[in-house]
Design a binder for this molecule. Structure first.
Ligand SMILES: C[S@@+](CC[C@H](N)C(=O)[O-])C[C@H]1O[C@@H](n2cnc3c(N)ncnc32)[C@H](O)[C@@H]1O
Length: 224
């Protein structure tokens, strides 16, 4: 499918898929959305929980590694907060080198080396990207994930149910539920009712949380 780079309202770029009229991030602001949904309501929420106070590190699974923006923001936070982070990014259709070079996240966030290091890691290999941030990029379909009781946080960043309804159903959320540790947290920008009901059907306790600018709500689901 054709992909093109566009600029969003906070000045950060994203990828647009004309055929679907769908973007990798919100057109209201890619960095703004990622910080709100995944860093504030995912990572920071977990770090403030009693689950984290018992652990010394956080393990994160990203559903849809895409441009690497969520990984980049998480790596910056891990260094800033001195938190050890094990991050697995799953992606079925990796972006190209040319696309990575056309994005402006390292300029906007003023950290060229870390973004480059994230993209320079080899697929399928666990790599220490920085002192606090370990990354493994896995090229595979979401439906093939088989990890059990492993992650504290899941960033569920698939394309929306309008274009990929098959990713917002019980069988996929069961895979996510199984991959999380008890009391683990799944966050997503999506607030759709059918998606929320599918999460609840597999056992998640789901809350509607204030969405990023331009969106009323998002969802946060807790295991068990
Ligand atoms: C919304 S984008 C992810 C954006 C990404 N988190 C970022 O920060 O750039 C959704 C991603 O899911 C990937 N994808 C779509 N369907 C998939 C599938 N069935 N299995 C694995 N990856 C898939 C797409 O290629 C795309 O990169």
């Amino acid at each position: 499918m054709k992909r093109e780079i566009i600029i969003t309202n906070d000045g950060s770029k994203t990828i647009h898929i004309p055929e679907w009229n769908e973007q990798y991030h919100s057109i209201h602001g890619a960095i703004q959305e990622a910080k709100h949904v995944y860093i504030k309501h995912g990572l920071a929420f977990f770090l403030a929980s009693e689950m984290y106070s018992k652990a010394s590190e956080v393990s994160i699974l990203e559903i849809g590694f895409g441009t690497g923006l969520n990984a980049f923001l998480t790596a910056i936070e891990a260094e800033k907060l001195n938190v050890n982070c094990n991050y697995v990014g799953v992606e079925g259709f990796p972006v190209t080198k040319a696309e990575i070079e056309a994005l402006n996240y390292s300029e906007v966030l003023k950290n060229r080396d870390l973004f480059k290091a994230i993209h320079n890691t080899l697929w399928e290999e666990k790599t220490n990207v920085s002192k606090r941030f370990q990354l493994k990029k896995e090229e595979k379909q979401f439906s093939k994930i088989q990890t059990i009781n492993t992650f504290d946080v899941i960033y569920f960043d698939a394309f929306g149910p309008r274009v990929q309804p098959e990713l917002w159903i019980e069988s996929i959320f069961k895979i996510m539920y199984d991959a999380l540790k008890s009391k683990g947290v799944l966050v997503t920008y999506c607030a759709q009712g059918d998606a929320r009901r599918a999460m609840m059907a597999v056992g998640f306790t789901v809350s509607k949380v204030e969405g990023p600018p331009g969106k009323r709500h998002m969802l946060r689901a807790i295991k068990g």
